[in-house]
Design a protein around this ligand. Structure first.
Ligand code: BGC
Length: 382
């Protein structure tokens, strides 16, 4: 009798422990302090989205019952690596990382050593074989939307070889794999017009990002707006001095606004700006799209990206072999496997869909709840 009750007590104790363990992951019953920790390492704050991305990731993780610790590398890979080291020391079970450059690979190999899974967030982690998952938008399509937006805004289909249109190129940071996809998507749309002779490129004119020397000349190290503004000023007094530019391929809104600022300071463009592309649906750029200064932007709902990343994280932590993320497609299923190529291995890449925004639908990011009421008010977007 005594023996049986002892066995019962032990069984009950184990049962209670297992219950508490299950509760930790599922959310709630195990107590917040015992829930697994998700480490979030964002790259920078110059481009507004990363502040929002970080906050959304933390909120989504906590919604599923995890603990979350958020860090931002402030544009410095050394700092980000230290932050990742700290997250590992704190016992993070999974990391969501938006990298700065391939110097992050050593921190990712430390995560692998500690058996901590890593999700590359928005930007691929290059030159690493130490992780398996990447979640982002269809970055080639982002570039296609930029190219198509410029074609339409220039009315390029009606242009002739006798009166060609003039464009100049800017690309994002050469340390960011996305910059290559954005550019290749855009030139895939623009190249046929160049071949027809109705579009001329002023300044360096790479056909695609594989033309490394020319790509470097149009790239914007660290996505820094001052670099783009200086380069635009130099172009206006240099390569573009004897033509009137019809368009500028700008890879994101922050750089688009810096480029537009440089144009506005030039008497030649003060009345009629070239058409300028963008990306990120930043409130300040939506205002400029509304008033006709910027031609278009690409809306990537980063709130949805953060939600999808945490749905993926949850499955990885629960040991699901082939995670499925609602609203995202596997790059391999649409022939874009190269989006997941780190240079050392091809990771599973999940892609969300970007949306084209022009004067006709500039309210869409607001309707979607992507722009806060404060941002709407501060930018006169009523
Ligand atoms: C992101 C863009 C962003 C850029 C600069 C890219 O990796 O995909 O949304 O504008 O970095 O931060």
């Amino acid at each position: 009798m005594k023996k049986i009750s002892l066995v019962l007590v032990i069984l009950l104790a184990f049962g209670a422990m297992a219950f508490a363990g299950g509760g930790q992951q599922g959310g709630g019953t195990g107590g917040a302090s015992a829930a697994p920790l998700i480490g979030i390492a964002m790259p920078e704050t110059t481009v507004l989205r990363w502040v929002k991305d970080g906050a959304s990731l933390k909120a989504e993780a906590e919604k599923l019952g995890y603990r979350a610790e958020l860090q931002n590398g402030n544009g410095d890979q050394v700092q980000q690596n230290q932050q990742i080291g700290n997250l590992l020391t704190q016992g993070a079970k999974l990391l969501v990382v938006g990298q700065l450059n391939d110097g992050v690979a050593s921190a990712i190999s430390d995560a692998a050593r500690d058996k901590v899974a890593v999700i590359a967030y928005d930007r691929i982690i290059q030159n690493s074989a130490d992780y398996d998952y990447y979640i982002t938008f269809n970055n080639f399509k982002v570039g296609q939307l930029q190219g198509q937006g410029l074609v339409k805004a220039m009315n390029l289909d009606a242009a002739t070889t006798a009166a060609p249109k003039y464009i100049t190129y800017f690309a994002g940071s050469p340390t960011d794999g996305n910059a290559f996809f954005f550019f290749d998507g855009a030139t895939s749309v623009l190249n046929p017009y160049i071949e027809k002779g109705v579009l001329k490129v002023v300044g360096p004119a790479p056909k695609d990002s594989k033309d490394t020397a020319n790509f470097q000349r149009i790239a914007t190290e660290g996505w820094l707006p001052n670099i783009a503004k200086n380069r635009m000023e130099n172009l206006l007094t240099g390569d573009a001095r004897s033509v009137t530019l019809d368009a500028v391929l700008a890879p994101n809104d922050t750089l688009a606004r810096a480029i537009i600022e440089a144009c506005l300071a030039d008497a030649k463009y003060a009345q009629k700006l070239p058409v300028v592309s963008g990306q990120d649906a930043e409130a300040a750029s939506l205002a400029m799209i509304k008033n006709g200064q910027q031609a278009m932007t690409v809306f990537k709902d980063t709130g949805k990206l953060a939600e999808a990343a945490i749905i993926l994280a949850d499955q990885i932590l629960k040991g699901v072999a082939n995670p499925v993320v609602p609203g995202a497609v596997l790059a391999s299923s649409i022939g874009l496997e190269s989006i997941g190529d780190t240079g050392k291995k091809v990771v599973k890449a999940y892609l969300l869909d970007p949306i084209n925004i022009t004067k006709d639908n500039w309210r869409e990011p607001i309707t979607a709840g992507f722009i806060s009421a404060d941002e709407v008010a501060a930018n006169g977007l009523q």
